[in-house]
Design a protein. Structure first.
Length: 211
């Protein structure tokens, strides 16, 4: 969570998002999930430090323009959201655990069309289920968050139908690993990694999983 937003949460609540009441049963083999939660640099960095995650790719999802570029999406006119595609091993980390990590340290589910310093529909928070099991899990977990009483404001994270996911330009991939001293990374994203390490020591790994 971005430093400017921490004050909106109870100081003693760690980890903030509750464990899911329903545990994902995903079967054998690697699985894929899509998450939109503001600037993809930080969301990519968070999931790249989670055990069981095999790859994370930053990209664009949900819009009407084919093969958009960063400038197109940043205009807010294409309908896309900055999104990450996570490939993971459910024997190590399940979808419900990824949801918990996402809402604990990645994205504030009460912010509409913005996260941290970034404003616009391209920075909306959304879950994009890729199968029926993920859709049910996402619906159940968002309902659980709304009933938890942990947030003062309503949950506004959306569940969006899958459209084409377009990988972002090469310079956006593994951005936090490649640019650890970048001002944005130090101010907004490094604290998310520290929160992941502190709140989820059983899931955190120090190595950065490159896309």
């Amino acid at each position: 969570m971005a430093l400017a937003l921490i004050g909106a949460r109870p100081a003693a609540a760690e980890p903030y998002a509750p464990a899911a009441r329903v545990v994902a049963d995903e079967g054998p083999g690697l699985q894929t999930a899509l998450f939109a939660g503001g600037c993809f640099w930080g969301i990519e960095a968070v999931f790249s430090h989670v055990r069981g995650v095999q790859s994370v790719v930053s990209g664009y999802h949900g819009g009407t323009v084919r093969a958009p570029g960063y400038e197109d999406v940043s205009s807010g006119r294409t309908g896309h959201a900055e999104t990450v595609r996570v490939r993971y091993d459910p024997r190590v980390v399940r979808y419900d655990q990824l949801l918990r990590v996402f809402f604990s340290v990645g994205a504030d589910p009460t912010l509409l069309n913005r996260q941290g310093p970034d404003v616009g529909t391209q920075y909306r928070s959304a879950l994009i289920p890729l199968n029926e099991a993920q859709r049910r899990m996402a619906q159940a977990y968002l309902a659980q968050l709304g009933q938890s009483g942990l947030w003062q404001n309503p949950i506004v994270t959306r569940i969006e139908p899958y459209r084409t996911f377009y990988p972002a330009e090469a310079y956006h991939q593994d951005f936090a690993a490649e640019n650890p001293l970048h001002g944005y990374i130090r101010r907004w994203d490094a604290p998310k990694i520290e929160a992941l390490k502190r709140q989820f020591p059983q899931l955190y790994k120090s190595a950065f999983t490159r896309g």
